[in-house]
Design a protein around this ligand. Structure first.
Ligand SMILES: [Zn+2]
Length: 296
């Protein structure tokens, strides 16, 4: 098992890169839901894409990649925390024979990338129409239109592993440098990677294969994992945000409150004793913030 991401620089191309390999993370993501193959494919790509994107930006918080649309897959969401924890899911109705983006997500689907800092910085989000041949194509368009950053991604997803590579043009440091050519050259070389090569979990070999004529610097790998950020404390805050009356209404009707996290399937139970203890221990609960990470 090898769940890591690793940064590299193609110095002679003015391009920075990231490689990510998800094994156990990907198995964990798929273990809760029996995803049909085309849904699993695009969810795997979203895990890889979100993991790659999160490692290109410096932030302390979480990055969310989300696609919503009226189509067969109506929700695809992957969240990555800055310390390398990933969680994600897809919701679908039917699986079409045609696996194009439009068939999977429907016309007018939207791609949203959001960054929420743990503290300090304002939340940021960008939304674009989901367009293109594939998820990587849609993300490339997103970066071109909303970030003016040349970005290229390739994915390889199987039932047991999800891997991918990202290339991004460095902001030009020298007016006279032809970094535009450098980026195009790097993309052309990277496009020679086969899925099997991407799945080999060997970045140095991958880079040697394609970029042996370039100057390459490889940084130390970091571990990543499937880990959900839900907790009893977060659900406590959600119930406090709902307020005593609403919680009591549910207790009257159902004897207990049951909250299941959609990301990891963990279920949290509260009977009347739990609820009373929670509300009694919390002065001024009416103003407590809600929890958005879980739903009923
Ligand atoms: Zn959870």
């Amino acid at each position: 098992m090898n769940d890591q991401r690793q940064r590299f620089l193609l110095e002679t191309c003015d391009v920075r890169g990231q490689y990510i390999s998800l094994d156990q993370t990907w198995l964990d993501a798929c273990s809760r839901v029996d995803y049909p193959e085309p849904v699993a494919q695009v969810l795997g790509e979203a895990f890889v894409a979100a993991g790659l994107l999160a490692s290109t930006i410096k932030f302390d918080g979480k990055l969310t990649l989300q696609v919503r649309g009226p189509g067969n897959i109506h929700l695809l969401v992957v969240q990555v925390s800055s310390d390398g924890n990933l969680r994600g899911l897809a919701r679908w109705r039917n699986v079409p024979d045609d696996h194009s983006l439009t068939q999977l997500f429907g016309e007018d689907a939207q791609l949203r990338i959001a960054i929420e800092a743990t503290q300090g910085a304002e939340p940021y989000q960008g939304i674009v129409a989901l367009e293109g041949e594939s998820l990587s194509d849609a993300i490339r368009r997103y970066f071109e239109s909303s970030e003016q950053l040349k970005t290229h991604m390739q994915f390889a997803v199987t039932g047991t592993s999800a891997c991918g590579v990202l290339l991004q043009a460095l902001p030009s440091t020298n007016e006279s440098s032809d970094d535009e050519d450098g980026f195009s050259r790097a993309v052309a070389l990277a496009e020679s990677f086969t899925k099997d090569e991407l799945l080999e979990h060997n970045l140095e070999r991958l880079l040697r294969l394609a970029f042996h004529q370039e100057e390459v610097r490889v940084f130390e790998a970091e571990n990543v994992a499937f880990r959900c950020s839900c907790s009893r404390e977060r659900i406590d805050r959600m119930l406090l945000g709902m307020g005593l009356k609403e919680v009591n209404d549910i207790l009257d009707e159902q004897k207990r409150v049951e909250v299941t996290c959609e990301f990891c399937d963990e279920t949290y139970w509260y009977d009347r004793v739990d609820a009373d203890a929670l509300f009694n221990a919390t002065p001024g609960y009416e103003t407590a913030p809600g929890e958005s990470g879980a739903t009923h």
